[in-house]
Ligand binder design. Structure first.
Ligand code: PLP
Length: 389
């Protein structure tokens, strides 16, 4: 697999698009559930995998979905990709395919992922193990016990902690385990885990890939043979993306680099302004030279992303007051859209954890997580200043 970086913008526009006989520059939306064949022999060629082709939409064998998957693979430099109806669908199909001997989850992960790995999959016989960043020394023994998959987000939510993808992949591979990285926060513009040695990349395409907070989708990228095993789970769990959403996601991907590059630049300006603000205790942003993971971020990321977390002086109540006063930043727990969003993790994404567990993870009540959108940087900074004022 080669990193797509140099050709990313071109891949976002052109990869996977089918040649339309009527000259449409974009792949048409095939909403049909099934496709007709000239003969039984022709059906069997597709059913038996001898020839590519459209067959049945839930299988993903639909031209609109297949075109999207080619684009998704290209933007992560992967041999193959599968598109799902949500990020959780992509994760659960991956875990059911590769995680039954045990899954080690590193650092903070999305709440749904923690619930799936901690309470639901163990009931099906797939044990979940959890290591925070300062507990990585225990990873070799878990791998020796037979865990088959190491899964992590980097940067993490909401502390933007960095995990060393190349080092973790080397260790996991030495024990015969697969490595999957949730690249949702970084996006393929800022980080290419496959090029750093990971076996799989997962995305909540609901976030930066969709980019407009108007679609729910997921993606999984990796080697062709590895992805082929997941395909069957997706098919029978019925998790395939709808063709209409596939077209909407392909539309959004065409502008991904432009959006994310602007979000990187604006987030940096917001981070610097917040660092200088007397009402802010601390700013967590991988682009800041004093951020603990800055050196690693510089090594493994191509850009520092549109997500940052500020810690408001005065504690949780002061943070809530500031969040409630924001006008341009909408109070909403998602991320990655063109509109800026703010969330207080202790009231949303990490509300389900005990205060002790949040403290163990370095998540304070005074934290506000910002997802920087495409508004003018000066307007966003002014909004934060009036809210913190
Ligand atoms: N991964 C990350 C990092 C997320 O933030 C989320 C959702 O917030 C998911 C996965 C799950 O994605 P979805 O909501 O598309 O199922």
């Amino acid at each position: 697999m080669t990193p797509p970086q140099t050709a990313l913008a071109t891949a976002c526009v052109h990869a996977g698009e089918i040649v339309d006989p009527h000259g449409s520059p974009h792949t048409p939306i095939y909403t049909t559930t099934t496709f007709k064949f000239p003969s039984t022999a022709a059906i069997l060629d597709v059913v038996d995998g001898r020839k590519p082709g459209a067959l049945y939409t839930r299988y993903g064998l639909n031209p609109t979905i297949q075109a999207l998957e080619e684009k998704l693979a290209a933007i992560e430099g992967a041999e193959a990709a599968l598109a799902f109806c949500s990020g959780m669908a992509a994760e659960s199909a991956l875990f059911l395919t590769y995680g039954r001997p045990g899954i080690v989850c590193l650092g903070d992960a999305y709440g749904g992922t923690l619930e799936l790995l901690g309470s639901q999959l163990p009931g099906l016989g797939a044990p979940g193990y959890f290591l925070l960043g300062n507990e990585l020394g225990a990873l070799p023994s878990l791998l020796k016990r037979g865990a088959g998959l190491v899964f992590f987000e980097t940067p993490t939510n909401p502390t933007l902690e960095q995990f060393d993808i190349a080092a973790i992949a080397e260790l996991a591979h030495a024990h015969g385990a697969f490595v999957a990285v949730d690249n949702t926060f970084a996006s393929p513009v800022n980080q290419n885990p496959l090029a750093l040695g990971a076996d799989f990349v997962v995305h909540s395409a609901t976030k930066y890939l969709g980019g407009h907070s108007d679609l729910t989708a997921g993606a999984l990228m990796g080697r062709k043979a590895d992805i082929a095993r997941v395909w069957n789970w997706r098919k029978n769990l019925g998790q395939t993306i709808a063709p209409e959403i596939a077209a909407q996601l392909a539309r959004s991907l065409r502008t991904l680099p432009v959006r994310v590059e602007r979000q990187n630049a604006t987030a940096m300006r917001v981070a610097l302004a917040m660092q200088a603000h007397p009402g802010v205790e601390r700013v967590l942003y991988p682009g800041l030279p004093d951020f603990p993971g800055h050196a690693l971020a510089k090594r493994q990321m191509n850009g520092f992303g549109g997500m940052l977390t500020i810690e408001v002086k005065g504690g949780g109540e002061a943070a809530t007051r500031a969040a409630d006063k924001l006008k341009l930043f909408a109070l909403a727990p998602s991320l990655g859209g063109v509109e800026s969003l703010v969330t207080q993790p202790c009231t949303t994404t990490h509300h389900g954890l005990t205060p002790e567990e949040r403290a163990r993870r370095g998540i304070s009540d005074a934290m506000l997580r910002l997802s920087v959108g495409l508004e003018d940087a000066a307007d966003l900074i002014a909004d934060l200043e009036q809210a913190l004022g």
